[in-house]
Write a protein that binds this ligand. Structure first.
Ligand SMILES: [Zn+2]
Length: 177
C-alpha cells in the first residue's frame, strides 16, 4: 500500500486525501463511514469499491479486517453461484433441495439422485488473529465448501492449514469431556 498523502483544505474541517478507487477527494472520516456502511450493507452496489478497501479499514480503525475477495459476497458456499436466498445462511435453495433429495435417497421423480456428491460431517481448523478455531458443519460436500464459507463470512482475515494443532485440541476436548 502506497503511503497516503493527507492535506487540509482552507477552512473546511478534516484531513483530506485522494481516493483512487472512487477517483474522489475524501476526508478520513467520510472514508471510514463509507467503509463501515459498505461492510454492513452487502447488497449496496454503490459502495462495492469500499467494501474490501484496506485504506477504508485503516481509517475506521480496523486492522485485521478480511481482505478476501469473497468477503461479504452473496454466493453459495457449495455451488459458488450468486444467490439472494440462503438456507442456514449458507447454501442456495437449489443446493438445499438436492441435499434433501440425497438425504431421502430419491428425487422428485422418485429415482435415485445422481447430482449430489456424497455429504458428510466436516470440521476445518482455521486461525483468525492469533486464535485457532474449528469450523464445523453437520453436512458438507467438500473442504472447499467449508473454506469458501469462512472466506465469505469471516469479518477478519482467515488462515488455514493447522490440522495438527487442531487435532491436539480435539484430543484434549475429548479427554476433558
Ligand atoms: Zn448452491
Amino acid at each position: 500500500m502506497e503511503p497516503i498523502k493527507y492535506f487540509l483544505r482552507g477552512d473546511c474541517p478534516g484531513e483530506y486525501f485522494e481516493c483512487s478507487r472512487l477517483s474522489a477527494t475524501l476526508t478520513k472520516s467520510s472514508c471510514a463511514d463509507m467503509w463501515r456502511q459498505a461492510r454492513k450493507e452487502k447488497d449496496n452496489f454503490r459502495l462495492h469499491h469500499c467494501r474490501n478497501c484496506k485504506i477504508g479499514a485503516m481509517h475506521a480503525g480496523e486492522h485485521e479486517i478480511s481482505t478476501s475477495r469473497l468477503s461479504g459476497k452473496r454466493i453459495c458456499a457449495r455451488c459458488h453461484r450468486p444467490s439472494n436466498r440462503f438456507i442456514s445462511d449458507n447454501i442456495c435453495v437449489s443446493c438445499y433441495n438436492r441435499q434433501q433429495e440425497w438425504l431421502k435417497g430419491k428425487n422428485a421423480k422418485g429415482t435415485k439422485p445422481i447430482k449430489q456428491r456424497p455429504l458428510k460431517p466436516m470440521s476445518v481448523p482455521y486461525v483468525t488473529g492469533d486464535e485457532l478455531h474449528i469450523a464445523r458443519a453437520v453436512l458438507a460436500e467438500s473442504t472447499n465448501e467449508m473454506i469458501i464459507r469462512m472466506l465469505r463470512d469471516s469479518q477478519k482475515n482467515v488462515r488455514f492449514g493447522f490440522y495438527r494443532k487442531a487435532l491436539a485440541i480435539e484430543a484434549r476436548e475429548l479427554v476433558s469431556d
